[in-house]
Design a protein around this ligand. Structure first.
Ligand code: CO
Length: 636
């Protein structure tokens, strides 16, 4: 197989071969459907030493569900040796949801007489206008279903017309449970009729009364082309180099991110991506209180990546990467333009006006943007990596789409579900994203310290009570590294290489600068916290293990919880001077506003990674002045 690099994404042909190896093995029946093809990256030492042309093993895990065998499977396949390495039925939990699960759930609900009766009870005659939204059943499959059964929940909305915004008109009180194993609706709960809201929530341009007419064009042109070079999935831009890929649950992945310093490529991150995420709801209503979708490992977010359009999602000189994914039927499919990459002017990089000398030095900041957008039911999540010329790395999550809704009476807003439109409330909820950051700051052997600003007591050294200092506390074991943000103390975490010093004799480092991110508000004993334990802390640190990639566990769908980070860190391993992995949970607590309706302006959250003594001085001094403002009075 003509691969350039061990971290290259799978080709259509490779996935076809993998599916054939599995079906030839007779381990699965015809009733199989796939959740995705999960890359098994070769060992780091092979990847690091790789030079073009040397052979390497190409491996994939195919995961999915087989109705005839009543369970989910994990098939490990070698594409190099063309054989099944291992095959296991998953003993607890299930593979992520596939398109087949979603489609079948809608069909079963719509065919069900009890659901149809509940619709008619609400005066709905034309069932073709009902939008059925399948949801992962989370940690709450009802007790009348045997554990291990593949169960979905479904809620319903009434569209005013076939293209209307169904979320404007939730059909309150009807909760449907679907058993995908026996292909039946096994329960319809009816909590009582609430009138369906009458306003529509259409937001397409044709539905807006009058569009603004005073918006003049902005054109972004790069007449000499962009400043990056791309070879396959490898990118170089402004001293940065990295590789990019798209994972079926984690989405966008950056591999082998490094920076050229004085002609030498210095490593920073071996791999960086979302690991998982959870959206816990705080509402008391039985329509919402169970919701805590793990949109990565349960809802399979990576598989639902958008195909981006030039001039719409991205403007300027764009480099796109396609994504090859495995469809639920076992046919690979290609999402064109799944990953967007471009340069952005980002204002001032640095500036100083020398008032006495009369010189002004200013440089423009430019950043490289690598992004992908995913649609998960009513929500959109955009993941944007930014690389800056001064060595800063940033992740920004953009949240948009349509908020979850309840139909209520005109005065029906509450503290757990405020009114956002007439007869429409939206539950309070959180979005918590856990990023897995496999650092290698100038090599794999790293340590981590926590930085806090502390004030000194008043005394002879501090007579006016003004002294504060930055205190570093080493985090040496997994148990000590379960930490939360503390904006009042400007808390950050520094990953350093004890074996490499800068010119000041201080270990080189990169700092994780968090935002004021919340942690999960649900009680520790709740199903939400058990199943998404990663969200109980903003920081976790583990020693690298090739099998530890999933913050909430690999098979979280219908799993009771406890897997992922709580399990990984249970042995309380040392994280000192080792190949360490930092896990950072960021996010926001969303109290919906009327302005979030009918479609939500982007909300943001994320974090920064900044060099701290990684370089000897500002690494962006060599950025040339902007063309039209070279300093006329520059020093001779
Ligand atoms: Co939200």
């Amino acid at each position: 197989m003509a691969h350039i690099h061990p971290l290259d994404p799978f080709t259509v042909e490779e996935l076809q071969v993998a599916v054939k190896i599995l079906s030839d093995s007779n381990k699965v029946s015809e009733a199989v459907h796939f959740a995705g093809a999960f890359p098994v990256e070769p060992p780091k030492k092979i990847v690091r030493r790789f030079v073009s042309g040397t052979p390497f093993d190409r491996e994939v895990r195919l995961r999915g569900y087989d109705r005839e065998h009543s369970g989910s499977f994990d098939a490990h396949i070698s594409l190099t040796q063309l054989k099944l390495i291992s095959f296991e039925w998953v003993s607890r939990g299930h593979s992520p949801l596939s398109l087949t699960d979603y489609i079948r759930t809608v069909e079963l609900v719509k065919d069900d007489p009890a659901w149809q009766t509940a619709m008619r009870k609400r005066g709905i005659e034309d069932l073709s206008l009902v939008q059925v939204d399948p949801w992962p059943a989370g940690g709450f499959p009802p007790s009348d279903v045997p554990e291990g059964t593949r169960v979905m929940r479904a809620i319903s909305f009434l569209r005013k017309h076939p293209k209307g915004n169904g979320y404007a008109r939730p059909i309150e009180g009807v909760m449907v449970y679907v058993d995908l194993e026996n292909e039946r609706v096994f329960r319809v709960d009816d909590y009582g009729v609430v009138p369906i809201p009458t306003e529509d929530g259409d937001y397409d341009a044709a539905s807006v009364d009058r569009l603004r007419e005073d918006l003049r064009p902005i054109e972004i042109t790069q007449p000499e082309g962009p400043s990056f070079t791309v070879e396959g999935y490898a990118v170089e831009w402004q001293k940065w180099s990295f590789r990019v890929s798209l994972h079926p649950t984690q989405g966008l992945v950056l591999h082998q991110l490094g920076y050229q310093d004085d002609g030498q490529l210095r490593s920073i991150l071996y791999r960086a991506s979302l690991s998982d995420m959870v959206v816990p709801y705080g509402d008391v209503s039985p329509m919402h209180s169970w919701k805590h979708a793990l949109d990565g490992s349960e809802a399979n977010m990576g598989q639902f990546v958008n195909s981006l359009k030039l001039g719409c999602d991205c403007i300027g000189e764009i480099q796109y990467f396609d994504a090859v994914l495995l469809g639920s039927s076992g046919e690979p499919f290609t999402v064109s333009n799944a990953i967007c990459m471009h340069e952005e002017d980002y204002g001032i990089l640095w500036k100083h006006t020398d008032l006495q000398g009369g010189t002004v030095e200013v440089r423009r900041s430019r950043r490289l943007v690598i992004s992908a957008v995913h649609t998960v039911g009513n929500y959109e999540y955009g993941f944007f990596w930014y690389l800056y010329m001064d060595g800063t790395i940033q992740m920004e999550v953009k949240l948009t789409g349509i908020v979850g809704v309840s139909a209520v009476t005109f005065d029906g807003g509450t503290d757990t579900a405020p009114l956002i439109a007439p007869q429409l409330a939206s539950p309070v909820h959180q979005h918590l994203f856990c990023f897995r950051l496999d650092f290698e700051v100038d090599g794999a052997q790293n340590s981590i310290v926590e930085l806090n600003i502390e004030t000194d007591p008043i005394g002879p050294e501090n007579p006016h009570g003004t002294v504060f200092r930055c205190k570093a506390t080493p985090l040496t074991r997994e148990s000590a590294a379960k930490r939360n943000v503390d904006p009042a103390r400007s808390r950050s975490w520094k990953v350093m290489n004890p074996g490499v010093s800068n010119q000041l004799g201080v270990p080189v480092a990169y700092k994780l600068t968090p935002q004021g991110s919340p942690t999960m508000l649900a009680h520790n004993s709740s199903p939400h916290a058990r199943r998404a334990g990663f969200a109980k802390h903003n920081l976790w640190v583990t020693p690298y293990s090739p099998n530890e990639l999933a913050a909430a566990g690999e098979f979280t769908n219908l799993h009771p919880g406890g897997t992922g980070l709580p399990e990984y860190t249970a042995a309380d391993r040392s994280i000192e001077n080792t190949d360490l992995v930092v896990w950072h949970t960021v996010g926001l607590t969303h109290v919906p506003r009327p302005e979030d309706w009918p479609v939500m302006p982007v909300e943001y959250c994320g974090f920064m990674l900044q060099p701290v003594g990684f370089f000897n001085r500002n690494p962006a001094l060599d950025v040339p002045p902007p063309k039209h403002c070279e300093n006329k009075q520059a020093n001779k």
